[in-house]
Design a protein. Structure first.
Length: 401
């Protein structure tokens, strides 16, 4: 087998204390999942067991939650956006979220609200989808370099989509400023001072996928994973899902790995900071993993990751490209998983370790062995089909020696 060494900076979390978050609990996850189950067309996304890949790498199980099949949106993000918008409307109209009814509320709303957000694509598409379902308006801002496919998918849902000449974090600031001027409701998956309730709801919405995975593992006779690999942009998904899993299993009973692109590794840098303070990353954040191209940690997610994550990893874009190829070209009887750049980085990590000249040392550092059960999240499918083909067919970001 060809060996090659991709760049992966692995840091143990020296700030770990195992303190659980009161925001991302089993009870809150159940409330969010109950809401999602009422959405027309809801069904749990598949949990695939990649047994042949696990045997090849030398671990017990590799399980991947495939969010490319979430409704028809090809990504997990609607779980947060739709739940937050529903909670907002319940606040506005004094309704009980446990009795939320899409059709009834759509008929009862007399004056349309406008929901605004900044996005790399998937979150904005989820917000636009929820707004359309409820007969509301959506305005979506995207950073420079946004793929045409992602822009068109948002506009196809009736939302106004504006591509800026700024990076993601500056685009968020523009969306906030414009919303304040126009009286729009901001639905953003990161928090700042005075803006915490909505991003909390978004993160709680994400826990639905984790609750589904736990139930699906039980159906396979698996008590719990030994490892979970979570990709981080601002850390909303990672914080929400890790908070829930730690509430369920205990932080000390789960080896959790948070992974990011090296060009936007604000969580990694925060994790290796002396006091565990949030560290921002500036610049264009020009990573292939556009869904993770965020330079400023979510202050709601960061405390969960600081207290409960086992390790932080900053990696080369080629790790994600490798994961896309591995998942799209499975071994033996393993299911094929179509995974976009941000969705594939967890599988890419395992494949990069397997093909590394220092494989045994890396396995040891990550606590992986023949008994390990690794849970991965494929957060998106081929939301940018052109780039997907360039990577999987054309060999973009080649990973051979």
């Amino acid at each position: 087998m060809t060996t090659f060494s991709l760049k992966m900076e692995i840091a143990d979390n020296k700030h770990f204390n195992g303190q659980l978050s009161p925001l991302f609990t089993q009870a809150e996850a159940e409330k969010a999942r109950s809401f999602h189950q009422k959405v027309e067309g809801y069904k749990p996304t598949p949990l695939q067991s990649l047994d042949c890949l696990a045997k090849e790498i030398g671990v017990g199980k590799i399980l991947i939650k495939d969010e490319s099949q979430r409704f028809d949106l090809c990504a997990f993000k609607m779980l947060g956006g739709a739940y937050a918008i529903a909670r907002l409307l319940c606040d506005e109209y004094k309704l009980d979220i446990n009795k939320f009814d899409f059709a009834q509320l759509k008929n009862d709303i007399k004056e349309k609200m406008t929901f605004a957000t900044a996005t790399d694509g998937n979150h904005g598409r989820g917000v636009a989808w929820a707004a359309e379902k409820l007969g509301q308006n959506a305005v979506v801002y995207m950073p420079k370099g946004a793929a045409d496919e992602r822009v068109n998918n948002i506009r196809a849902l009736g939302a106004k989509c504006i591509v800026t000449d700024m990076n993601y974090d500056d685009t968020v600031r523009l969306a906030i400023k414009t919303s304040e001027e126009n009286g729009w409701k901001v639905v953003q998956d990161t928090a700042w001072e005075g803006y915490e309730k909505i991003p909390t709801w978004i993160m709680q919405g994400y826990t639905t996928l984790a609750a589904e995975a736990v139930e699906q593992m039980a159906e396979l006779g698996i008590k719990q994973p030994t490892h979970v690999v979570l990709q981080a942009g601002v850390g909303a998904l990672a914080g929400g899902v890790l908070g829930y899993l730690c509430d369920l299993y205990g932080a000390k009973n789960l080896h959790s790995i948070v992974i990011e692109p090296e060009l936007a590794d604000c969580i990694y840098r925060s994790g290796i900071s002396e006091k565990g303070d949030m560290v921002n990353v500036d610049g264009d954040l020009a990573t292939i993993m556009v869904g993770l191209a965020c330079g400023e940690p979510n202050p709601l997610g960061w405390p969960v990751l600081r207290d409960c994550a086992t390790q932080f990893i900053s990696c080369d874009d080629k790790v994600a490209a490798l994961g896309m190829r591995v998942l799209g070209n499975p071994l033996g009887s393993d299911a094929r998983v179509v995974s976009g750049e941000s969705g594939a980085v967890g599988a890419g990590l395992l494949a990069a370790v397997h093909t590394h000249k220092d494989k045994e040392q890396l396995l040891s550092k990550l606590g992986l062995n023949s008994e390990s059960v690794v849970l991965l999240i494929n957060t998106e499918g081929d939301t940018d089909p052109v780039n997907y083909r360039d990577v999987v067919w054309g060999g973009k970001f080649a990973t051979t020696a």
